[in-house]
Design a protein around this ligand. Structure first.
Ligand code: NAD
Length: 334
């Protein structure tokens, strides 16, 4: 197995994989200093400093954790070499090459999964099951209120992909794509998006750190609203789904789910389902290995992630043109 991109999330993947059974791991990164450091810390078979010089045929699985502008070409290289692939989000910054990746994955009979981690979080999986099973009737309103201080989690944010829109930087590609991918898992494809996004606070970058948007969906009457920033001091994450028969909430600090089915009653809260971050990624790898072993689609497929890519592209277009954008129209012209 090969992991390419060994920075923030890449090292997390390496650490998690090295603690799993039957994993023999090689790694690739353009930073030789990083490769040497990681080789001293983890049990690594081989190190590579140039993707183009690797004989990919020797690997069964490639895990891609490079910045997003590199994802699609690396996925296609890995598929050409008959590897299964787990690729970090966002899938891509344009639609170029995605169709080819989908065709290749079918032709080669290989699994390609996109690592939208919310789909592997127990509380968010359960929340989705409860929504889809109709526990709160037909969902008519969805609200996401999310914020954290990105500079606290990534003090090096000015030096990494985050500072460059062309590498997947800014709140829309980096953070909002998680919420969009999640709501599309629950309610189906986004039909339209009206998005406002600004750079307001994070120092020495000009990518957007503050987003507000309104969404409609192709297969649901629901209206979605999302408010996200990447500077607020207190971490906050609240998802609310209001249906004709009740309301479900997700609280992101504790990963608890609350339900209220009677007018003006208190919410009944589940137990806390939060884990440490490595545990979520371990669950994600377990799901991915199961997909590979059983030849069944991963929980987030190329097609699912393509849908999210279309929505985020439409969000960017909406910001540029200051008007709502139909997601499919946007995809046709982008
Ligand atoms: N799912 C999640 O929870 C999550 C969390 C963080 C980041 N991500 C995503 O993962 C990706 C990487 O994010 P990160 O925070 O680890 O970034 P990072 O900048 O910390 O690490 C990226 C690494 O890729 C390496 N790299 C760049 N070009 C390369 C190339 N051509 N060949 C090999 N290696 C190369 C860099 O040297 C660096 O070590 C982004 O798309 C990001 O959105 C996902």
């Amino acid at each position: 197995m090969l992991a390419v991109g060994c920075g923030g999330i890449g090292e997390r993947h390496i650490r998690v994989l090295c603690n799993m059974e039957d994993v023999e791991l090689s790694i690739c990164d353009i930073s030789e200093g990083l490769l040497e450091k990681l080789q001293k810390t983890y049990k690594i078979s081989s190190i590579y400093s140039s993707w183009n010089n690797i004989d990919l045929e020797q690997f069964d699985i490639v895990v891609i954790s490079t910045p997003a502008h590199l994802h699609i070409s690396m996925i296609n290289d890995a598929l050409e070499a008959n590897c299964h692939v787990l690729c970090e989000k966002p899938l891509s910054l344009s639609l170029d090459g995605i169709e080819r990746a989908i065709a290749l994955s079918h032709q080669k009979n290989k699994i390609v999964g996109v690592a939208y981690i919310y789909r592997s979080m127990p509380a968010l999986s359960l929340l989705r099951e409860r929504i889809v099973s109709g526990e709160i009737g037909d969902v008519k309103s969805v609200t996401f209120v999310v914020g954290s201080d990105y500079s606290f989690f990534r003090p090096d944010y000015k030096e990494i992909y985050y500072s460059d829109l062309n590498k997947g930087g800014g709140a829309l590609y980096d953070a909002v794509s998680h919420m969009i991918n999640y709501v599309e898992w629950c309610l189906g494809p986004t039909e339209s998006i009206y998005c406002m996004a600004r750079h307001l606070v994070l120092a020495d970058v000009d990518v957007e750190d503050t987003v507000g948007c309104v969404l409609t969906f192709a297969d649901s009457e629901a209206i979605g609203t999302l408010s996200l920033n990447q500077f607020q001091r207190a971490y906050g994450m609240m998802f609310e789904f209001a249906g004709t028969e009740g309301m479900l909430k997700f609280e992101g600090l504790s990963h608890s789910i609350g339900i209220c089915r009677e007018p003006h009653r208190e919410f009944t809260w589940s137990e806390k389902m939060n884990l440490n971050r490595d545990e979520y990624h371990k669950l994600q790898f377990e799901k991915f290995f199961r997909s590979v072993d059983n030849h069944e689609p991963f929980i987030c497929t190329l097609e699912d992630a393509e849908m999210t890519t279309r929505t985020i592209l439409a969000a960017h277009e909406s910001v540029r043109h200051r008007r709502p954008i139909l997601v499919l129209d946007c995809a046709r012209t982008s």
